[in-house]
Ligand binder design. Structure first.
Ligand code: ZN
Length: 109
């Protein structure tokens, strides 16, 4: 029996959304690898250092909840992402996915 209502009401860690909202903007000005593996490693590292913020909200309230958390944790999120970039840059785990092999349009000049 499929119940979409339950799907909508599942607890979700909104810190993920806050981190991903900020990630690309910070990465764009960072001198580091931007391959998918490194981006996900950076996101994971940052999320592990940030508090989980599980919320259950009806669909319409998602955006306002996200904005609220983003304002509340803005500074912490930026610090965590910058720190994560430093760590991943020193220990990249993109074996077989070197910077030179990334799509040219994903690299900063
Ligand atoms: Zn990489």
């Amino acid at each position: 029996m499929v119940d979409n209502f339950n799907e909508n009401m599942r607890p979700k860690n909104y810190m993920e959304n806050v981190v991903f909202n900020r990630l690309d903007g910070i990465l764009a000005s960072a001198d580091c690898c931007k391959c998918q593996r490194c981006r996900m490693d950076i996101a994971a590292y940052a999320l592990n250092r940030l508090p989980s913020k599980y919320v259950v909200t009806p669909r319409g309230e998602v955006y306002s909840k996200l904005l609220e958390l983003q304002q509340q944790f803005e500074a912490d999120v930026i610090i965590a992402i910058v720190k994560a970039i430093e760590v991943v840059k020193k220990n990249p785990r993109h074996d077989g996915m070197q910077v030179q092999g990334a799509k040219p349009d994903e690299q900063m000049r």
